[in-house]
Design a binder for this molecule. Structure first.
Ligand code: RUQ
Ligand code: CUA
Length: 681
C-alpha cells in the first residue's frame, strides 16, 4: 500500500524535478550569492512572497542548486510515508524519539524513564506506574533518565523490528520497549552499579542485552574512600538475558563480570566472524581520582596521561558457561564473575588502544573492529583473526590486576589518519566506513579492506573525503549502519551544538541532527537537512527500514492490557459498566467510546479508596480517548481496545469534572462526567 502511494507520486516528482532543474539553471546563472546555506537571502525572500512558478520561488528564496537538490531528496508529500525510521535516544529527557527519514519528521516520542502526559505515562495508569516503579533504586523513586544508546533487536545480525532497548547512564538502568505498540514494558535496575554507559547492545540474535559500566565505584556502591580506589573500586559489564517470547529481560538468568576500575566506555557485540565476543573500550587506565580542589590534577588531565588505554576483549560464550556453572560471587543478590575468575577462565583480554578511546564498532562481516581515540587523529582497525591468533599464541604481559594484554602490533590491521577528535564509526553497503570528528567538526569517509576491498575504487584503508557538519558531532547513525548488511544511503550526524543554525531562542539551544546523503561513492557526501532536537541531548540512534516494523493499528482485542499482553480481567464491555461499594472500597468499571464515558456520575465519600477501570471499546484506527481528573493528578491515554486501571484515596471532597483530553469527535467537549465526593462526618 505504501509502495502504491509512492509510485503514484513518481510522475509528479519527475515533473517537479524538471521544473526545479530549470529553476536551478536560472538561479545559478543569476546567483551572485555564494552562501551554500541559502539563508542570507531568506528574510528578503519572505517579504517577496512565494507565489509564481518554481523558478520564481527558488529565486525569491535564494535557493542554490545544492539546496534544490537537497529539497528534492528530502521533501515528502502529504500521506507519503518515510522509507526509514530512526530511533534516537532523547538524552536527559529520558525518552526516545521516533523520526521518519528522509523527511526528518518527528513521528512519536516514546516515554521511557520520565513521566510523559500525552501517553498518560506515570499519571495514574497502573501499568505505567508499575514500569516506572521497577526502575526505583533502593527506595529512591527516580523519575528521569539520561538515555544514551538505542539497540534494536536483531535476528542473525539484522534488525528485526520487534524490540528496542535503551540505557539510562545516570542511574544504571535498561529499558525494554515493544515495537508492537511502541510502549515501554520493563525497566531493570542494575543491582551492582549506579551508572552505566557501554550499553545497550544486543547480540546478533538478541539472546543478551549488554550494559557496560562507566565510572569506577565499589560494586553495589558500598562506601569506600577515594584513597581505596585501586583496591575497592571496580568496573563492570552486565549481561541481561532476554526472553523474546515474553518480551522481557530475565533478571534471574542475568549476570555481570567484575572489571578493573578503568572507566569502561562504549561496547559492541561481535557478529558473524566474531559472534560470541564482546568488545568494550576504556579510558582512565591511569586510575586518576581527581581532587582538583586539593591541588591534584583534574580528571581531564589525570585520565589522559597514558598513550594507551585498553580495549576489553570478552569471550561472551565462555562467560555464559562460567556463570551457569556458578563460578560467581553474590553482590546485592546478583551473580558476578570475579575478576580473577574471568582471567583464569580465559574470558577477559586487553589490548592497547590509543589515547582516550571512545567508540568501538564491529564491521558488518565481524572481522574488524574500529576504535577511535578522542585525542588521537587516527582510527585504529583491529583484526579479530589476529586477536584470536594472539590469544592462542599466549605470550602476553599483564596489567596490575593480572589481565593479559595482547601486543598492539600483533592485532592491529591498519591505522588511518582521519582528523581531529574521532569518536564513532558506522558502515555502508559500498565498502566505506564513516567516522565522526568532534573537533573539526566533520564526518570522514574512509575505505575498508578485506572482503570489502572490491566494493570501492579507492585504495584500502584510506581517507576518501570529509563533510563539515554544524557543529561538534557526537554519534553518527547510518541506515542499518551497524547490522551485518548496512544499507548506506543516509547518515545522520548528531551534532551537540547548533549555534547559528536556527532562530535564536535564548541561551539554551537545541541539538542539530543533520542528514547526509551518502549514496554516491567517492567524495560527494552533502548535508541535505537540518533538524533541531529541542528536548534533551540525544546520543545514539539506529535507523531501520520502515517496512521491517509491523506495529498494531489498534489493540488486538477489546480490553487489552498492554502490560500483560492479554485481555485484562477487569476489562469492561459495553453494557457491563457499574460501580460497586464494599465498606469504604469503591470500584468503578467504565467504558469510553465516542462521545461519552459510562457512567457519567461517580459518587464517592471522602475517605474512600477508589479503584477505577476504564476500557476504550473503540475498534477505529486513531480513536484514542484521554481521561483526566483534576486535583488527583490522574491523566490517562486509552488507545482503541485498551483497558487501564488507576487507584487513589479520596482525601478531598468536592465536585470534580473528569473529561476526555483527546479531541476525538465533534462532541468531544461533551465527553465528560462528574465525580462527586461527599464530605465525611
Ligand atoms: S557517547 S558522543 Cu554516551 Cu555514545 Cu559518544
Ligand atoms: Cu474522547 Cu475526546
Amino acid at each position: 500500500m505504501k509502495v502504491e502511494a509512492r509510485s503514484k507520486y513518481v510522475p509528479f516528482l519527475v515533473a517537479l524535478s524538471v521544473i526545479l532543474l530549470a529553476a536551478l539553471i536560472f538561479t545559478s546563472c543569476n546567483d551572485n550569492n555564494a552562501d551554500q546555506s541559502g539563508a542570507s537571502g531568506s528574510s528578503e525572500a519572505a517579504s517577496a512572497g512565494l507565489s509564481g512558478d518554481a523558478n520564481a520561488i527558488a529565486e525569491a528564496r535564494g535557493l542554490t542548486p545544492a539546496d534544490i537538490n537537497a529539497a528534492l531528496k528530502t521533501y515528502t508529500p502529504s500521506g507519503v510515508h518515510d522509507e526509514y525510521i530512526m530511533f534516537a535516544s532523547g538524552g536527559h529527557s529520558g525518552q526516545v524519539y521516533v523520526i521518519g527519514m528522509p523527511s526528518m519528521r518527528i513521528i512519536k516520542q516514546i516515554a521511557v524513564f520520565t513521566p510523559e502526559p500525552w501517553q498518560g505515562y506515570g499519571y495514574g495508569a497502573q501499568g505505567t506506574m508499575d514500569v516506572l516503579a521497577e526502575g526505583n533504586t533502593d527506595g529512591s523513586d527516580i523519575r528521569w533518565g539520561d538515555t544514551h544508546h538505542t539497540a534494536l533487536s536483531e535476528t542473525a545480525g539484522d534488525y528485526d523490528g520487534q524490540f528496542l532497548f535503551i540505557n539510562d547512564k545516570a542511574n544504571g538502568r535498561v529499558a525494554v520497549i515493544d515495537l508492537k505498540d511502541f510502549e515501554t514494558k520493563q525497566l531493570v535496575k542494575n543491582p551492582i552499579a549506579l551508572g552505566d554507559h557501554g550499553g545497550t547492545f544486543a547480540t546478533p540474535d538478541t539472546d543478551w542485552v549488554i550494559e557496560g559500566g562507566q565510572y569506577g565505584a565499589p560494586l553495589g556502591w558500598e562506601y569506600a574512600s577515594i584513597e581505596e580506589y585501586e583496591s575497592d573500586y571496580r568496573g563492570m559489564v552486565t549481561f541481561w538475558k532476554f526472553d523474546r517470547e515474553n518480551g522481557r529481560i530475565l533478571e534471574d538468568e542475568s549476570f555481570a563480570i567484575e572489571l578493573p576500575p578503568y572507566w569502561q566506555d562504549l561496547c559492541d557485540a561481535g557478529k558473524l566472524a566474531s559472534e560470541g565476543w564482546i568488545f568494550c573500550n576504556s579510558f582512565n587506565t591511569e586510575m586518576a581520582t581527581g581532587g582538583v580542589e586539593d591541588g591534584n590534577p583534574p580528571f581531564e588531565a589525570g585520565a589522559s596521561q597514558n598513550d594507551m588505554d585498553y580495549l576489553h576483549i570478552i569471550d561472551k560464550e565462555k562467560a555464559v558457561e562460567v556463570a551457569a556453572a556458578g563460578k560467581t560471587v553474590d553482590v546485592k543478590g546478583f551473580p558476578v564473575i570475579p575478576l580473577d575468575t574471568a582471567v583464569a577462565e580465559g574470558i577477559l583480554y586487553f589490548t592497547p588502544e590509543p589515547k582516550s578511546p571512545h567508540g568501538v564498532d564491529v564491521t558488518p562481516d565481524g572481522k574488524f573492529l574500529t576504535v577511535s581515540g578522542k585525542l588521537d587523529p587516527h582510527v585504529s582497525i583491529y583484526s579479530f583473526q589476529k586477536i584470536q591468533d594472539a590469544i592462542a599464541a599466549g605470550n602476553f604481559e599483564t596489567d596490575s590486576y593480572g589481565v593479559p594484554i595482547l601486543n598492539f602490533d600483533d592485532v592491529v590491521e591498519a591505522q588511518i589518519e582521519v582528523g581531529l577528535g574521532p569518536l564513532h564509526t558506522q558502515y555502508d553497503d559500498k565498502g566505506y566506513a564513516y567516522t565522526s570528528l568532534f573537533l573539526e567538526p566533520a564526518v570522514a569517509r574512509w575505505t575498508l579492506g578485506g572482503d570489502f576491498s572490491d566494493l570501492h575504487e579507492e585504495e584500502d584503508w584510506t581517507l576518501v573525503t570529509k563533510t563539515p557538519v554544524q557543529y561538534n558531532v557526537g554519534h553518527i547513525a547510518a541506515a542499518e549502519g551497524d547490522t551485518v548488511s548496512p544499507d548506506g544511503k543516509y547518515l545522520v550526524s548528531m551534532n551537540k551544538w547548533a549555534i547559528d543554525r536556527f532562530a535564536n531562542v535564548g541561551p539554551l539551544l537545541p541539538q542539530n541532527f543533520q542528514l547526509l546523503d551518502i549514496n554516491d561513492p567517492g567524495t560527494n557526501m552533502p548535508v541535505i537537512y537540518d533538524m533541531p532536537i529541542p528536548d534533551g541531548e540525544p546520543h545514539y540512534a539506529q535507523i531501520i527500514k520502515a517496512d521491517k516494523l509491523d506495529p498494531w493499528e489498534v489493540y488486538p482485542e477489546i480490553g487489552w492490557n498492554p502490560h500483560t499482553n492479554s485481555v485484562d480481567p477487569n476489562a469492561v464491555q459495553l453494557g457491563e459498566e457499574r460501580i460497586e461499594r464494599n465498606g469504604n472500597e469503591v470500584e468503578v468499571w467504565m467504558t469510553a467510546v465516542r462521545s461519552h464515558f459510562t457512567p457519567e456520575h461517580v459518587e464517592i465519600k471522602k475517605g474512600d479508596h477508589v479503584t477505577w477501570h476504564i476500557t476504550n471499546v473503540e475498534r477505529a484506527y486513531d480513536a484514542t480517548h484521554g481521561f483526566s481528573i483534576p486535583y488527583y493528578n490522574i491523566n490517562l491515554s486509552i488507545e482503541p481496545g485498551e483497558a487501564t486501571t488507576f487507584e487513589f484515596d479520596a482525601t478531598e471532597d468536592g465536585v470534580f469534572s473528569y473529561y476526555c483530553t483527546e479531541f476525538c469527535s465533534a462532541l468531544h467537549l461533551e465527553m465528560t462526567g462528574y465525580m462527586l465526593i461527599e464530605p465525611g462526618e
